[in-house]
Ligand binder design. Structure first.
Ligand code: RTP
Ligand code: MG
Length: 142
């Protein structure tokens, strides 16, 4: 199986809950490596560009308001099957539907404040990593 990279965001609710380290441990325990990392506050423009695929959806204004409500921690995760593995660790979008033991089941409050983001395909991973990191910022081991 190929080594992949994926873009992960610890959203404002999880940063506010002080569980950055607990979420990083889940990535590491699953065999994913953090190969780039930064903490920042998203502007409306940056959050809107990131979630551009959802710009026509009714939930878009709430999504942008939430993503800009506090600092986020953004990382590139690297490992075998990293994109699907991270989505498994995250659990379903709505924490009410998320499997026991997933990040969203354990740390998320609602479909809006759902703790983490993860790229959903190789194409989105490539776009999303480039959106937040220069190639030289990614300390890949692959
Ligand atoms: P994400 O992109 O944040 O990793 O989440 P996802 O793939 O699981 O879900 P996606 O469909 O990409 O939606 C992006 C974010 O928008 C919010 N959302 N709200 N009210 C709603 O019906 C609704 N649907 C989506 C969620 O916060 C979701 O994470
Ligand atoms: Mg998504």
């Amino acid at each position: 199986m190929a080594v992949e990279r994926t873009l992960s965001i610890i959203k404002p609710d999880a940063v506010a809950k002080n569980v950055i380290g607990q979420i990083y441990t889940r990535f590491e325990d699953a065999g994913l490596r953090i190969v780039a990392s930064r903490m920042l506050r998203l502007s409306d423009a940056v959050a809107g560009g990131f979630y551009a695929e959802h710009s026509e959806r009714g939930f878009f204004p709430d999504l942008i308001a939430f993503m800009t409500s506090g600092p986020v921690v953004i990382q590139v995760l690297e490992g075998e099957n990293a994109i699907a593995k991270n989505r498994e660790l995250m659990g379903a979008t709505n924490p009410k539907d998320a499997d026991e033991g997933t990040i969203r089941a354990d740390f998320a409050e609602s479909i809006d404040a759902n703790a983490v983001h993860g790229s959903d395909s190789p194409a989105s991973a490539e776009r999303e990593i480039a959106y937040f990191f220069a190639t030289s910022d990614v300390c890949s081991r692959a």
